[in-house]
Design a protein around this ligand. Sequence first.
Ligand SMILES: [Zn+2]
Ligand SMILES: [Zn+2]
Length: 153
Amino acid sequence: MYIIDSSKTPKPEETVGEYLRRLRESANISQQDLAEAAGIHLQSLGKLERGLTKRLNSKTKKGLAIALNIPEEFLEAVLNGKSVEGVIQKQFCPRCWKGGTTPDPVWTLSRAKYCLICGNVLLNSCQKCQEPLMSFKHKFCPNCGTPYTKKNK
Ligand SMILES: [Zn+2]
Ligand SMILES: [Zn+2]
């Protein structure tokens, strides 16, 4: 399972250039290597890191996300000046999620409607009273006491 490494999340106030450079330097890779791995021009990467380019097209975003092993949503968050918490959706699979544990990013970091693991519809609220899920630390709905997930058979 992919666990979000907190050193890879963008810091508040960090620009996309600073963020990219920090990730690249912490992974100890050269601009040349990163540009190659991401499938972009070295010059484009240089411009990005120096803050001369503030926009990424979807191909660049995808390439950089794969090369740096981060979710594309992190890059989007930095580009839009949002915190990562803002891009994490409170969605879970009622079959695969174990209530109270860190959810799988395949539910929370995507706009998916279905679980990529079992195909079940993703939920963002209590199945009984529809009260929205407030925290992944909760196992039961604070409003009606219903468990968020079905018991594992
Ligand atoms: Zn599932
Ligand atoms: Zn409820």
